[in-house]
Design a protein. Structure first.
Length: 414
């Protein structure tokens, strides 16, 4: 295969929406990397709050109703995506969700282009047949790429188990933390005090932050029950912060508020608006809960974000976080960055919360430095960008990854 120049490469990424999730931010970061090496980036999505940032990279954003699971809309999108491929000279298609991946696969095959998928989720299956088989078949679209990116070894193993035909095409690429954006040095003590004040938190209070969206699949009820299990001493000056009730389903939010009231935790639990300054939120917290406590996370973005900001983290021992959190039970007293607990185990969560809240100031500072160093060494955004560009290189015969590394070295030297 002849080497393809970066300027001749145009990657079309397709994702349902562009809001605040890990898949969405990764889409942005890959668009940035493509533009940095002189390649072209096109993003197709229904839109969202990241659109302005996408456009700021120099990437082309095209609005298309690709979040729909309506079969007629999916079929119609095949032609629309095909036209985008022709109009913009696309050379590779990268899909990041199931419904748009169906349209994108057919459009890419018609244009005889390489097709890449990222298997971002566990895609839970019903217990009963034939629904289980049908759901697995639907999810199998994400294993039909010429290359299939798994964002953890856990997901790589899941793909091999559910879709054996796609196992040889899997490349494990961890999501990466943007160390410049998630950087404690960006914020002052006044910034932290301002956010804590917005949360209704006193300077003496100890804060437990659960930054995941408010949903039964995340486990806010597990947290509330765990707080009820804490000793009187552990609950002293304690505040538990749940951001984003306005984004949750009203019935579930009402259930949580009622449980808080029934357990006498009204003075402890805070339901606060969605936070747009997540790096600052982790700095304002004494401990964070990273990802779902109910079911395995594919990767667990909040777990690496918390550690990257030096915040002690508690996470589910099943799924991706087990690959990113250095567990206190395994690593010993001078090497851990958090605690891993069984799913839906409020007693284990209470025990870990007690341990995290009892850390001395010296121990906390040591952990902060250790956690950030761990994440930047093993889960940094530049490595994720390099590895993803290398997947494109495999299929295109280009050298995007080499160019990106060269530019990164040049930036460090200057």
């Amino acid at each position: 295969m002849d080497q393809q120049k970066a300027s001749d490469v145009t990657v079309l990424q397709i994702i349902p929406r562009l809001n605040s999730g890990g898949a969405e931010r990764t889409t942005l970061e890959i668009a940035q990397a493509l533009k940095q090496v002189g390649a072209n980036a096109v993003i197709v999505s229904e839109g969202g709050r990241l659109v302005d940032e996408i456009r700021a990279t120099g990437a082309i954003f095209i609005a298309l109703p690709v979040a729909s699971k309506n079969p007629f809309r999916i079929i119609g999108n095949i032609w629309k995506i095909g036209k985008i491929i022709r109009d913009h000279g696309v050379t590779l298609v990268h899909a990041r969700s199931r419904a748009p991946a169906i349209s994108a696969l057919f459009a890419a095959r018609q244009a005889q282009l390489p097709f890449v998928t990222t298997y971002h989720s566990t895609y839970s299956l019903p217990r009963r047949q034939p629904f289980r088989a049908l759901k697995n078949f639907y999810s199998s679209i994400m294993a039909r790429g010429d290359r299939v990116i798994a964002n953890s070894r856990f997901i790589g193993d899941l793909i091999a188990a559910r879709h054996p035909a796609g196992a040889k095409k899997v490349r494990v690429i961890y999501r990466g933390l943007d160390g410049a954006y998630f950087n404690p040095d960006r914020f002052s003590a006044n910034d932290i005090a301002r956010l804590r004040s917005d949360w209704g938190v006193d300077t003496r209070d100890r804060v437990v932050l659960f930054p995941s969206r408010i949903s039964p699949t995340k486990g806010q009820l597990v947290v509330i029950d765990a707080v009820a299990c804490l000793s009187t001493a552990d609950r002293e000056n304690l505040k538990v912060v749940f951001p984003g009730p306005e984004l949750g389903t009203p019935d579930y939010v009402a259930l949580l508020r009622q449980r808080v009231h029934d357990l006498g935790l009204d003075d402890i639990v805070r339901f606060v608006p969605e936070c747009r300054e997540m790096p600052l939120a982790y700095l304002a917290a004494d401990v964070a809960i990273g990802g779902s406590l109910v079911r395995p996370e594919a990767f667990g973005r909040t777990a690496i974000e918390a550690q990257g900001m030096g915040c002690p983290v508690i996470a589910n021992q099943e799924g991706g976080p087990a690959e990113t959190v250095l567990d206190a039970a395994k690593e010993g007293g001078d090497a851990f960055t958090g605690w891993l607990i069984p799913p839906q185990d409020s007693a284990a969560l209470a025990s870990s919360l007690s341990s995290a809240l009892s850390l001395t100031l010296a121990d906390r500072q040591t952990l902060r430095l250790r956690a950030r160093k761990h994440i930047l060494a093993h889960f940094n955004a530049d490595q994720m960008r390099t590895d993803t560009l290398a997947v494109y290189d495999e299929l295109l015969g280009s050298e995007l990854a080499v160019l990106f590394q060269q530019k990164a070295v040049h930036q460090e030297q200057n």
